[in-house]
Design a protein around this ligand. Structure first.
Ligand SMILES: [Zn+2]
Length: 283
């Protein structure tokens, strides 16, 4: 029951993240167009890449709630395929922005109030949302929400860099805005690279990450009936982790072993986000 509440809550918050990133990309790109600011337009593209990432997380969470008999293993990876394609789109956008700013004509700020208003809104939205998401992440003990909250906080600081750049350009120092664009392009490539790395790892069935293995080990070490942990492994699919354990158990009957492995599976799923299944072999 508690797991369902957490599931719905996470799904709700990941939907909020989509709305926030959608709002940010639209107001920044429209504001960038009206004001003539390259830095603001670039930051809009950056928000668009964040939007791609939050949509793929939302799809992943939603798919986990819907089982399909026809695709017991396959469906999750649609999400990674979408992520892979969007990472190339993000790199391309980053390249286009960098090219325009460094080799194109210098852009003139036509409308400073619009640019300042959009950045003001961005600063308010990112400040409030990162605080809200951090609080929820702590409540739900969710590393993915906490990481997203940190990311939004970075977006908050990025907006301030963009503001300085625009004001500098407006007062006759276009180099200031070029530097701001450079900062944003670094963030765009960074998001693109993170998305690409995750997608490729998952598509190639890389093992689950070390942090997850370590947290599982900590959970198992506290179990008195686990005599020895022989192997912790698994793979990712979509946003989800499929864990496989080889354990030596201090139990007499098969029933006891069965019951214990259910208990262990539940503990792991409660503690570690996005674990879809735990298969336990015991001896
Ligand atoms: Zn971002």
């Amino acid at each position: 029951m508690e797991k369902n509440i957490n599931y719905n809550e996470k799904r709700k918050i990941s939907f909020f993240s989509i709305l926030v990133n959608l709002t940010l990309s639209v107001i920044k790109m429209v504001g960038g167009y009206i004001s003539g600011s390259a830095a603001l337009t670039a930051d809009g593209v950056h928000s668009l890449s964040d939007l791609a990432a939050s949509v793929s997380v939302y799809i992943g969470i939603t798919i986990s709630g819907k089982k399909s008999q026809s695709f017991p293993f396959g469906l999750y990876k649609v999400e990674n395929l979408v992520a892979l394609i969007s990472s190339f789109a993000i790199f391309f956008a980053g390249y286009e922005i960098a090219k325009d700013v460094f080799f194109g004509e210098t852009m003139i700020i036509k409308n400073l109030p619009v640019a300042v208003a959009v950045i003001g809104l961005t600063v308010i939205i990112t400040f409030l949302y990162s605080r809200y998401e951090k609080k929820k992440g702590e409540e739900l003990n969710s590393p993915s929400l906490l990481a997203d909250a940190e990311h939004i906080k970075v977006d908050f600081y990025t907006a301030l860099v963009v503001l300085v750049g625009i004001v500098a350009n407006y007062f006759g120092f276009p180099i200031g805005e070029k530097i701001a664009v450079l900062v944003v392009v670094v963030f765009i490539f960074h998001s693109g690279f993170e998305i690409l790395k995750e997608a490729v790892k998952v598509l190639l069935d890389a093992s689950i990450d070390n942090d997850t293995v370590q947290s599982i080990k900590e959970i198992l070490d506290k179990e008195e009936l686990v005599e020895e942990v022989k192997l912790i492994t698994g793979r990712n699919s979509g946003s989800f982790k499929f864990v496989q354990l080889n354990l030596a158990l201090k139990v007499e009957t098969l029933d006891e072993a069965h019951e214990l492995s259910h208990k262990i599976e539940k503990k792991i799923k409660d503690k570690i986000p996005f674990v879809e299944k735990v298969v336990i072999h015991y001896e």
